[in-house]
Ligand binder design. Structure first.
Ligand SMILES: Cc1ncc(COP(=O)(O)O)c(C=O)c1O
Length: 468
């Protein structure tokens, strides 16, 4: 295998893929059975014989790309997966080759420095870099994804609210208050932490799924009066289903007053912090105790890279109070070891791809990318709403729209989405909100246009007729 010639083959194949998908050629997704794909990609032969280089590599890549969902096609409007840029992808490639697991500084000084820089860049958007007035300094760590980030942040919350839990186990009166529509990773974190699902107290939401902050003081008080320790309150920025932001300031103030940790799940929407036009959506996030922010959603970064940010860095340092003498010991190297802040031991150089993605666009470029998508989403919602046979679930605030076709008594069914996927011309997701079913679009691709939205509506009409 030669690095240069094979890298050239890979780059050529990806450039062709980029061209083809940008031109909306073919379908966005096909879903052949796995057994067929295993066959087509010749996985058995390759695993036995090796030799994945040169022409064999090109052929393998060709069949692999055939079996991908084409997120680079402007008609892909499904999940909140980043529309990656070239530099971010190079970051993933470089990290794959250099392979510096940099959770301890000596295992990757450059990547470690980049992680520190990237986290500081994010912290500065919350004014958590230096918090002289409160005598606090923010801190953070990058993790493999938002789910792990939520778990890490909740462990930090536990170390603040129940400091003895790490050694003595959870007291049986810990609860967390979570808006009913929150991402499932929050409940899963509670399960992993041994709190149990009964420890999750649902915070009622309004008809659009926004947390009812007005009910929060009373809910906290009732829990406390009942002898519970409210370990954390979670706010969504934005919620996964409808993409709307919780009233963070009101929630943060209620938490401060009651002495409760406030965690913001900003996995998707914290990117609004970059934009002067959109940062009002995140108003009050700076009063939180912790926040997560996925770079692999709105920041053009290949999966995965999520940040856990805390207003007081010491809380992350106490989240996992463990010893491992071969890793945690007094050293005279400069730099910072992230190991103490992270669930993971070996950790990829996550900051490299996130930073390179940022550095290709520059902060201004990234901001324009986000603002354009949000503007496109607002226009798309108007187009959908103007059609008498369609309705949208709520106003839009960011780059997510839920909508459905009204036909007969039935509105949007799972069957309809199944047919859409079978045809493969567009990719949308599907959500249930308040017991009703909606198609869901997340506009991530800067090449998506309003004509793509119009085309999607035609496709839904067609599929509706086939389904009726
Ligand atoms: C609000 C929110 N939080 C957390 C997550 C989980 O992030 P990840 O998929 O990176 O684990 C998601 C994912 O969609 C999300 O929308």
């Amino acid at each position: 295998m030669t690095l240069l010639s094979d890298a050239h083959r890979v780059a050529q194949a990806l450039a062709d893929y980029d061209d083809m998908t940008s031109r909306r050629e073919g379908v966005v997704l096909r879903q052949p059975p796995s057994a067929q794909l295993i066959d087509q990609m010749k996985l058995h032969d390759l695993a036995r014989d090796g030799g994945l280089t040169g022409e064999v590599l090109s052929q393998f890549l060709g069949t692999y790309l055939e079996g991908t969902i084409r997120l680079r096609d402007p008609r892909a409007m499904g999940h909140q997966t980043a529309f990656t840029n070239e530099a971010g992808a190079f970051g993933a490639f470089i990290d794959g080759y250099v392979n510096n697991p940099m959770a301890i500084n000596e295992m990757g000084p450059a990547a470690n420095a980049i992680e520190q820089f990237y986290l500081d860049w994010m912290l500065s958007k919350l004014s958590w870099k230096e918090k002289a007035a409160e005598g606090l300094q923010g801190g953070g760590v990058l993790t493999h994804g938002g789910s792990l980030a939520n778990l890490t942040a909740l462990c930090a919350a536990r170390s603040a609210m129940a400091p003895d839990a790490w050694n003595g186990g959870n007291p049986d009166n810990l609860v967390i208050i979570v808006p009913a529509v929150s991402h499932y990773s929050v409940a899963r974190a509670a399960g992993i932490m041994g709190l149990g699902q009964d420890a999750i107290i649902p915070l009622p939401v309004d008809g659009d799924g926004r947390a009812r902050a007005d009910l929060l003081p009373d809910l906290i008080a009732r829990q406390q009066e009942a002898g519970k320790i409210v370990m954390a309150v979670v706010g969504n920025a934005c919620q996964t289903a409808l993409g709307l932001f919780d009233p963070l300031r009101e929630m943060a103030l209620a938490c401060r007053k009651a002495g409760v940790w406030f965690h913001v799940d900003g996995a998707h929407g914290a990117a609004a912090l970059l934009s002067p036009k959109l940062k009002h959506l995140m108003d009050g996030a700076e009063l939180a105790d912790s926040l997560i922010w996925d770079a692999h959603k709105m920041l053009r970064t290949p999966c995965l890279c999520a940040a856990v940010l805390v207003r007081d860095h010491r809380r992350l340092d106490t989240a996992f109070a463990q010893d491992a003498s071969y890793l945690f010991h007094e050293k005279d190297n400069p730099g910072f070891d992230f190991l103490g802040r992270s669930v993971e031991c070996t950790k990829a150089s996550l900051g490299l791809k996130a930073f390179m993605a940022l550095a290709q666009e520059g902060e201004a470029g990234l901001t324009t990318y986000i603002e354009n998508l949000v503007a496109l989403t607002a226009e798309a919602a108007k187009i959908i709403e103007a059609e008498s046979d369609f309705e949208i679930a709520s106003e839009t605030e960011f780059n997510i729209i839920c909508f459905r076709k009204i036909f007969g008594g039935e509105t949007c069914s799972l069957e309809l989405r199944k047919r859409l996927l079978e045809r493969g011309n567009f990719y949308t997701t599907y959500v249930e909100h308040e017991g009703e079913r909606w198609l869901r679009l997340t506009l991530m691709n800067p090449k998506t246009t309003l004509d793509d939205i119009r085309g999607l509506l035609e496709e839904v009409r067609l599929v509706s007729e086939m389904t009726a």
